[in-house]
Design a protein around this ligand. Sequence first.
Ligand SMILES: Cc1cc2nc3c(=O)[nH]c(=O)nc-3n(C[C@H](O)[C@H](O)[C@H](O)COP(=O)(O)O)c2cc1C
Length: 388
Amino acid sequence: MRIRRCAILLIEPRESAVFDFGSLLRGGDGVARRRRLVALAAHLDAEVEIDAEACRVLTALSPGEWTGAAAADVPEACLAFLLESGLVLSDAPAHATMAARDQRMRDAHWHPLAATLHAFTRWDGVEAVAHMRESGLDRAEGLRASLGPPPAADPPGDGEGVVLPWAPPTAFDALLARRTTCRNFDTARALPFDSFAQVLQRVFAAQAQVHVAEDTVFMKKNVPSGGGLHPIDCHLVLQRVEGMADGIYRYDPLRHALHPQPAPDVPVRAFLEQAMAGQHWFADAHCAAVLVPRFDRSFWKYRQHAKAYRVVLMEAGHLSQMLYLAATEAGLGAFVTGAVNDRQLERALGLDPARQGILAIGGFGWRAPRMETAEFDPAGEVWAPRGE
Ligand SMILES: Cc1cc2nc3c(=O)[nH]c(=O)nc-3n(C[C@H](O)[C@H](O)[C@H](O)COP(=O)(O)O)c2cc1C
């Protein structure tokens, strides 16, 4: 059997602090601190606690070159643990699954820090709403009371600076003014098929195509994209869209077409609420667009590149803003959220986490007649038109 270390691995010396009543009784500060070594390997589903010996072995083994296990001088129990956890790989059939996962990370050309950040900031089964509400952090006053004032910007310079003129408003300004994150969707009204299709066309469709070769097509879209690669796919979760069965679809930007996917194992509304960490105010949206980057498409050009992951994140922001504006122009409400249970979605959408991920969910639909959940509309552009 030959072995090598996994491709992407960070070892973190971590200290955890827990309340310790015994410490208080002994006159201490009531906190017990424990230091340990944690292995963060991007191809694994979870972090792995390791001891000093495993750490020594991991730092000594090559991630590139295969070594005979006998020659590697690793104590038997330690090697068994490292193989079992997937931190060390072997060419034996028994370890083929882990070796294949590691190989997929190698093939995708991740920058190691980006891979680690991405892998260990994914959520599974998180419910983010109750905690925020209980701690009062869902309101501006509660934030100020709990956390103090937010850091202010450094003074931009002395004096008044060059004060710029406000341009006379145009139709574009009126559109921008109506862009307000929608947290109240109308559950009684279906979204017309044509409005739905138009928003998708403006946000996600290829407006033009360049065929470089049979297997190489570049797209021109309404949003910019790092390297012109447009690596972010759109998977849709629909409910109450005229002419469309409720469920999950994949969007083809080249043909402006939808492909039905296997149904979620719970009703669509419940699926969306879980996917968005309990944010029930977004779960009623008629259309939820899951932004699914194909990282390997970006990293095909930008291999192990320090900026490539950041650029993909920025692209999600462009898509999101375009979705807000396209929906607003169609008279609809829109939102984006980064509070997503991405691991759960990866499973439901059948994604390969070595190559793909979930960055955010944007959505749109009819606004409800009444505001139940707060929206940020201080000028009354959406909920109370000026003059009323
Ligand atoms: C990247 C991103 C993530 C966001 N995530 C959430 C979220 O998880 N939940 C939510 O209710 N709003 C979310 N929002 C919306 C913001 O709360 C909202 O933009 C902000 O309060 C300003 O309001 P406005 O969009 O109406 O101007 C997000 C916005 C952005 C840009």
